[in-house]
Design a protein around this ligand. Structure first.
Ligand SMILES: Cc1cc2nc3c(=O)[nH]c(=O)nc-3n(C[C@H](O)[C@H](O)[C@H](O)COP(=O)(O)OP(=O)(O)OC[C@H]3O[C@@H](n4cnc5c(N)ncnc54)[C@H](O)[C@@H]3O)c2cc1C
Length: 456
């Protein structure tokens, strides 16, 4: 309902501008064009506007419905993908890997299609990640600026820690901890009993137990649009132009230099030019798709898709697809007489009242109440790279144990879909994740539940 209302409002606002084009694509010039007003797009736009560059931000979706600011609503959206909020999501089919997936081997992959992108629908858990991962990227690219010690200042610049432990960092990212004291204490005691160290937000990720951090403020979700652009959209109009409901379908080139984009806004064609750069922040799936549509990709993909002039043969486009596979085990029962909030059993009007009056309570949590997390290195990982670069993340909530393989070795790809009707078909590429293709990923995952049995 809100999504439709926002779209109509934006169309009315855009209409006077759109109406003078007499059917010709209307062309405008900016310093930078950013495609995608999601996580990376909003932060980049803010940094460029702060440096007084003229930026055009093109986003396929509109503003998110206010209900999504309530963290707990998240679990409903993720589990009820046919709701009115479907407009928020793009679908990509995936190879069937378990009997649990819907028919036709097609599964839904959620990505936010809205200002703030996937930070509008994600679980809000904030992690800087492992220092070793950044150091490895520095090694692969031969670019020292990817090293964790170099990256850290950028994290600090965007973080504003509003939690209860040591303050660190300063910036726009609002990171609040939830009031989970009881659960956290039990969790940390379990960790100590097992000989793990407890590390906090300001320390690099390593093997041990740590509390959770969420991108929230006063109990509400803060997505990257709210954190970085909302407050300057009106005040920095000379430098920042945000166009919602604007779908970019091609990057335009002069020779090999990207000079602009072709897009439609509310279905009306537009062309925009960039004096400096076109930056594609369209997410994991849509970024390679847009590159391929624009003539950049592997030769076989470009020929199969019949995209027109080939700008550059880059075989890695659409490859190296990865995510963190999850195994969940439950239901869990506890020996002690501890009251834990379980949404299926314990959801009350008092919870709703507590949230709307005080912005506190279980509705500030994106899922069943979680205590904290353990970061563990599987045997294989410890053997190969030492204990300093763990690959498993283990958490408990009120009903289950979740084990994530955070450093999977299996890699998937985006594949040309031969039954697609052409490159405008939303499924002209399909995603094949190939989870657990490599045995060592299964071996690592199996060790997660074994670690779980150690907890009392
Ligand atoms: C269900 C879920 C839970 C998650 N939980 C967590 C978590 O707890 N913690 C965490 O750190 N990460 C989490 N993630 C991952 C994290 O949210 C993403 O990795 C991150 O948001 C990706 O950022 P991005 O900028 O690459 O893309 P996005 O944030 O997805 O933004 C891409 C934007 O580009 C727009 N776009 C796409 N194509 C076009 C086009 N052609 N023209 C114009 N605009 C276009 C889209 O509409 C979108 O707004 C989760 C992700 C999901 C889906």
């Amino acid at each position: 309902m809100h999504a439709n209302k926002f779209q109509e409002q934006d169309k009315l606002k855009a209409f006077p501008v759109e109406s003078d084009d007499l059917g010709m694509p209307f062309k405008e010039i900016f310093d930078f064009i950013i495609v995608g007003g999601g996580t990376s797009g909003c932060i980049l736009a803010r940094r460029l506007v702060d440096a007084n560059f003229k930026v055009l931000l093109l986003e396929a979706g509109g503003n998110p419905p206010p209900l999504l600011d309530v963290p707990f609503v998240n679990s409903f959206i993720q589990n009820h993908s046919n709701s009115d909020l479907d407009i928020m999501f793009q679908q990509v089919s995936v190879q069937k890997i378990t009997a649990g997936l819907p028919k036709y081997n097609v599964s839904k992959i959620l990505t936010g299609k809205t200002m703030g992108g996937s930070t509008t629908i994600n679980d809000m858990q904030y992690e800087r990640g492992s220092p070793q991962s950044y150091d490895q990227w520095a090694k692969i690219t031969g670019d020292r600026t990817w090293k964790y010690e170099q990256i850290l200042k950028y994290f600090k610049k965007m973080e504003e820690y509003l939690g209860i432990s040591t303050k660190e960092g300063n910036g726009d990212m609002n990171d609040g901890t939830l009031n989970l004291t009881l659960g956290q204490e039990i969790w940390f005691n379990a960790g100590r009993e097992l000989g793990f160290t407890i590390f906090n937000f300001s320390e690099p990720q390593r093997v041990g137990f740590h509390p959770l951090r969420f991108t929230q403020k006063n109990g509400m979700r803060i997505n990257t649009y709210a954190a970085f652009l909302k407050t300057i959209e009106e005040t920095r109009k000379t430098f920042l132009e945000i166009r919602r409901y604007s779908i970019v379908s091609k990057i335009l080139f002069e020779g090999k230099r990207a000079t602009g984009v072709y897009y439609t806004r509310h279905g009306i064609p537009r062309v925009a030019s960039a004096m400096k750069e076109v930056i594609i922040c369209a997410g994991t799936f849509k970024t390679p798709i847009l590159l391929i549509k624009s003539g950049i990709g592997s030769e076989s993909q470009l020929r199969a898709a019949n995209v027109g002039p080939i700008i550059a043969i880059l075989p890695e486009v659409g490859r190296n697809l990865q995510d963190h596979p999850i195994v969940q085990i439950g239901p869990i029962s506890f020996d002690d007489n501890i009251t834990l909030w379980n949404p299926q059993q314990n959801f009350t009007f008092e919870d709703v009242e507590q949230f709307f009056k005080f912005k506190k309570g279980p509705l500030t949590n994106p899922y069943e109440l979680k205590f904290g997390e353990a970061i563990v290195a599987s045997n294989g990982s410890a053997r190969e790279v030492g204990p300093g670069w763990p690959d498993l993340q283990i958490s408990f909530d009120s009903v289950k144990c979740t084990i994530r393989l955070i450093r999977s070795h299996s890699r998937g790809l985006l594949k040309f879909n031969s039954s697609a009707t052409g490159i405008e078909d939303p499924f002209f590429l399909t995603a094949e994740f190939k989870f657990f293709k490599i045995d060592r990923d299964i071996d690592a995952m199996i060790q997660g539940p074994n670690a779980r049995t150690e907890f009392k």
